[in-house]
Design a protein around this ligand. Structure first.
Ligand SMILES: [Zn+2]
Ligand SMILES: [Zn+2]
Length: 344
């Protein structure tokens, strides 16, 4: 070889999902191994921070099928480019700060990709599920799927923007909230608290339904219009609702809270079974129910562009790298408001 393989012989630590199972056990194990070498078209990134998303919990616990045995989870990665793979053509340079999100490959040729809907690509691949993610000191990413990051945020604040923020933004777009409309948010964690601020910045009225009294106080402190329990009726009918909590029983409750023609968006990749719906109560009057699957790169860039113009408050709970399992466990049990971020 005439080129030097970046980082050959250098080791790094990573948390691998040895056998998926309850995070109240020990599904994650810390390993020390040779760090990845970037292939042509890829960047080698030294991880500075990685957010903890509910999807990581579903990967670690086995709610999602195994796509890559012993995968390293984590897909809200902020890091520094330290090397480029051979023949990599990109505007990113060594030393740049980049974001690495969930979406890491689409085919570019299927009917969905051709229609600008690459989030539905039939052969898409994902960071921290199909390929090792950011609960590690080093990670590689295809340069075309790395993201430039806005100024004005700390490293820890940037991490939750990269999935919680982007998916929340897509959910809000799919909600098709009318100007100065009324939005309901079910659940108020890492994604919802970002969406709530986007909607408020656009003039929406925002009602929050969540089981956690601390999260309710947090919602009110961010200027939301009301906060009540998960199954309580909001103080007025909703033009749209976004369900972040992965609890199927919320779906009929949210549909019933809508105005005619309203939309319920399900923002999670996983949800417990939805109970039987009653056509008259839940669906008639042209109510719409739709899910969100991942995001396009265009969604990501549009959202991060807004973040550069509207300074969002991103509440983070920081964990050191050696406490990754605690961070995932605390997410499961709802032990912190906002978003958990592992900082290296
Ligand atoms: Zn495709
Ligand atoms: Zn995520």
């Amino acid at each position: 070889m005439t080129h030097s393989s970046p980082g050959t012989g250098t080791h790094g630590k990573a948390w691998r999902t040895t056998v998926p199972g309850s995070v109240d056990g020990t599904p994650l194990h810390l390993v020390d191994e040779s760090h990845p070498v970037p292939a042509p078209g890829e960047l080698l990134v030294s991880v500075q921070a990685c957010g903890v998303c509910r999807t990581d919990l579903h990967v670690v616990e086995g709610d999602l099928p195994v796509h890559s045995p012993q995968v390293v989870p984590g897909h809200e990665i902020v890091g520094t480019v330290t090397a480029l793979g051979v023949d990599t053509v990109t505007h990113f340079r060594v030393g740049d700060r980049v974001g690495i999100p969930w979406l890491r490959h689409t085919c570019g040729t299927c009917s969905f990709c051709a229609a600008g809907r690459e989030n539905l690509c039939t052969t898409s691949r994902y960071t921290g599920w199909d390929h090792d993610g950011g609960f590690a000191e080093w990670v590689v990413v295809p340069a075309d799927y790395a993201l430039a990051l806005p100024d004005g945020y700390s490293t820890a604040e940037l991490a939750p923007l990269l999935c919680a923020g982007i998916i929340g933004y897509r959910a809000l777009m799919l909600a098709e909230l009318p100007p100065r409309g009324v939005l309901g948010l079910y659940g108020f964690g890492g994604s919802a608290h970002i969406v709530a601020q986007l909607a408020r910045a656009d003039g929406a009225t925002v009602h929050v339904m969540t089981r956690d009294p601390v999260a309710r106080d947090f919602a009110l402190s961010l200027g939301m219009d009301s906060a009540q329990g998960t199954f309580a009726a909001p103080p007025q009918p909703l033009d749209a609702a976004i369900v972040f909590a992965p609890i199927g029983e919320i779906v009929p409750v949210a549909l019933e809270a809508l105005v005619p023609g309203g939309t319920v968006v399900l923002a999670g990749i996983y949800m417990t079974d939805v109970p039987a719906l009653n056509y008259q109560r839940h669906l008639f009057h042209e109510k719409r129910l739709r899910s969100v699957e991942a995001n396009t790169r265009e969604d990501a860039r549009a959202f991060l562009d807004i973040c550069g113009r509207v300074r969002l408050q991103v509440q983070t709970t920081v964990y050191p790298f050696d406490r990754v399992p605690d961070a995932v466990r605390d997410l499961k049990h709802g032990r912190f408001p906002g978003a958990a971020v592992v900082v290296l």
